[in-house]
Design a protein around this ligand. Sequence first.
Ligand code: 5FU
Length: 258
Amino acid sequence: KRVVLPYEQRAELAKNAVAKQLFNIMATKKTNLCLSVDLTSTTQILDLLEKVGEHICLVKTHADIIEDFSNDFTTRMKQLSNRFNFLILEDRKYADIGHIVSLQYLKGVHRISQWADCVTAHSLPGEGILKALFASGDNHGVFLLAEMSSEGNLITPEYKLSTVTMASKYPELITGYVCQNKDTFTDPGLIQLTPGVQLESSRDDFGQVYNTPEKVIIENGGDVIVVGRGIVAAKSPETQAVLYKDTLWKCYTKRISG
Ligand code: 5FU
């Protein structure tokens, strides 16, 4: 069964503030593109966001791959996110006991809680991880990993089911799931964030598997689509971002038209 409700209606059903905001941004800007800005210098990242900010609803960062990370960088990124109306997701993939995750979220050189609207987390350690993240801030959100795009990953159907059960206890915290399939969950107030997407299906040398926009949105129910190297490694990232934005949005409108 296709997920046919439009984003503006799903915003009304969202229990997490960030999910509500993200649904509304998508509806307003007519884009469901999340740029995974996997670059290692702050200038490269800020330059790229300056060019593609108007085309994205969300930027996904990996703060720990940036060589010259600073508070000034996050301040500037925040300014861009306000100017262009996109949100920031730090793809930290937390996977420790709640006490440590809370410190990793609030402290260290990255101070993620101060600039990220939402973060990703594994369900593997148990619900203490959600309890800790819930207690560590306001108006923030978590995308819980229910599936991965990489070949041979160890997630089983039972693990996925337990992940969804765990998330259902923290409705105000959970923005959605990082997953590949629409059968993962049923709540239309949650967002399906799908990575592993390029215009033509293929794979990289380290197990990443790519699906096409048609497959991930129309068949598999993806809401926000993560594109990294498909844009970042292109000759003209700006042109490519527009192409991805248009293609992804067309698939979404096709899906909601039934
Ligand atoms: F949870 C996941 C996953 O299952 N697959 C992923 O690829 C996250 N990712 C992230 O999406 C990964 O950490 C990269 O930042 C990004 C995909 O980048 P690509 O260049 O489009 O392959």
